[in-house]
Design a protein around this ligand. Structure first.
Ligand code: PA5
Length: 438
């Protein structure tokens, strides 16, 4: 398991307030486990350790093998919770390889680049949407489906398209009924951003060549400890400190920081998890991100000396499979011979120590999450740890962490402007605004 270090909160601490936050975190976990808080019909993920057996791990592996065999590229269409978890894991472990993600934006430029890759290649498609009505996913599904039909004929749909969606409702359910392609179900009681360990994440991760059995075993090992209502539970501790800093020290923005670029999409997944769960009713810690040392040369200035509303959480890897020695240079024009024969990870550690101390001196409270090495097991642990922490944090803020009513506003506007018959009045209002403001 990973290690948490809260020492860089010391100078901000107030024992009474911290104890209050800890008690609130414990109560919040109890509420989650007793399933009597808001959004309690979306708590299936709490029992992933039991649930995951039902996701037909073997069947998913077989489907992945079939897709891998017939495809140069497996296209995965989805957005938000139907995309980021798989993307995070795959990017972290081996890059995209055979997998191409689409349907996560409305950019003609991105689509052109994707389609260019597909010329003369064998392809298959995994389309993922719980609602089955999401615009971005539906559009990319139409386009890729057309390519598949033109290339291989309608009869190929059942071999080349897999749908991951709701049990009973939505466009994809109708599509499966008509064309008989393979379908996996996203359980009713697991929302998008908590769904990475359902077929939503498991199938793309298996298609990228990873052993999803590791995910199952890890969840079984880890979840019992995340359900313990005591101060050893890492999710309780993380939720306690971040909310203590938010409530008592006005640290409204949390940066999740990693020292390896492969964490970029993991952090995007984290931003979605916390942003969509907590940011409502006028409250919530704003999730932000940086990759160090890259971003020390950009946002680093603000982190050190800008407005003091920041807290940081740093993911630090301790061991790498391969390391590199800095070569000795006979000229030494750059005066770096002092570090010749030192390893790159040694220098990365120097950067980590130096930056952490400097930011703490600059009044940024910091939580450190130290992981032994980058592996599927550790990513699984981190993800489920953050899910528990997010549920606890949401209840500490007295909000429902499992809905996203704010996201519906822009979606409704889009539907009206795209001609939805039930939204004619809204369309007129929006068109007036467009004429006035754009
Ligand atoms: O967390 C969520 O619920 C959202 O981010 C959804 O996953 C996202 O909007 C995609 O929805 P759907 O799977 O219905 O297409």
């Amino acid at each position: 398991m990973f290690k948490l270090n809260f020492n860089f909160h010391k100078k901000f601490l107030n024992n009474e307030s911290l104890t209050n936050s800890l008690e609130k975190a414990k109560e919040s976990l109890a509420k989650l486990l007793e399933k009597n808080g808001p959004g309690n019909d979306f708590l299936g993920w709490l029992d992933y350790d039991r649930y995951i057996d039902q996701f037909q791990i073997e069947d998913i592996k077989i489907t992945a093998e079939k897709l891998i065999k017939i495809s140069d590229y497996i296209i995965v269409s989805g957005i938000g919770g139907s995309y980021l978890g798989a993307k995070a894991v795959i990017e972290m472990l081996n890059g995209n390889g055979k997998i191409i993600f689409t349907g996560f934006d409305l950019s003609p430029y991105d689509l052109e680049r994707t389609l260019n890759k597909l010329d003369n290649k064998d392809i298959s498609l995994i389309v993922i949407s719980k609602s089955g009505t999401t615009t971005e996913t539906s559009i990319s599904f139409r386009i890729i489906k057309d390519i598949i039909i033109k290339k291989y004929g309608e009869s190929s749909i059942k071999d080349r398209i897999v749908c991951i969606t709701d049990k009973n409702k939505g466009a994809l359910v109708k599509f499966v009924d008509k064309y008989g392609c393979k379908k996996y179900i996203i359980p009713d009681d697991i929302g998008g951003r908590f769904s990475v360990f359902t077929p939503v994440g498991l199938l793309p991760i298996a298609c990228a060549g990873h052993d999803i059995e590791i995910i199952r075993k890890t969840l079984k090992n880890v979840i019992p400890s995340l359900k313990k209502i005591d101060k050893e539970n890492p999710s309780i501790l993380y939720a306690t400190y971040r909310n203590f800093q938010y409530k008592y020290n006005n640290k409204k923005v949390e940066y999740l920081i990693a020292y390896d670029d492969c964490f970029r999409y993991f952090i995007e997944w984290w931003k979605q998890l916390f942003g969509e769960s907590e940011g409502k009713d006028g409250v919530g810690i704003m999730p932000s991100s940086a990759i160090f040392t890259t971003d020390l040369h950009s946002i680093g200035q603000y982190l050190q000396q800008g407005e003091r509303l920041l807290q940081e959480t740093i993911i630090k890897v301790s061991n790498y499979q391969k390391d590199f020695l800095i070569p000795y240079d006979k000229d030494d024009f750059d005066n770096f011979n002092t570090i010749s024969n030192k390893s790159l990870s040694w220098i990365q550690n120097i950067a980590f120590y130096s930056t952490t101390i400097a930011h703490y001196d600059g009044n940024v409270p910091i939580t450190i999450i130290e992981i032994d090495k980058i592996s599927l097991e550790l990513i699984t642990e981190l993800m489920i740890f953050f899910m528990f922490s997010c549920g606890i944090s949401g209840y500490m803020l007295n909000i429902n962490p499992f809905d996203q009513p704010g996201v519906e506003d822009y979606k409704r506007n889009m539907k009206a402007l795209m001609g939805n018959k039930d939204l004619i009045n809204l369309k007129e209002m929006l068109e007036n605004t467009i004429n006035e403001f754009f």
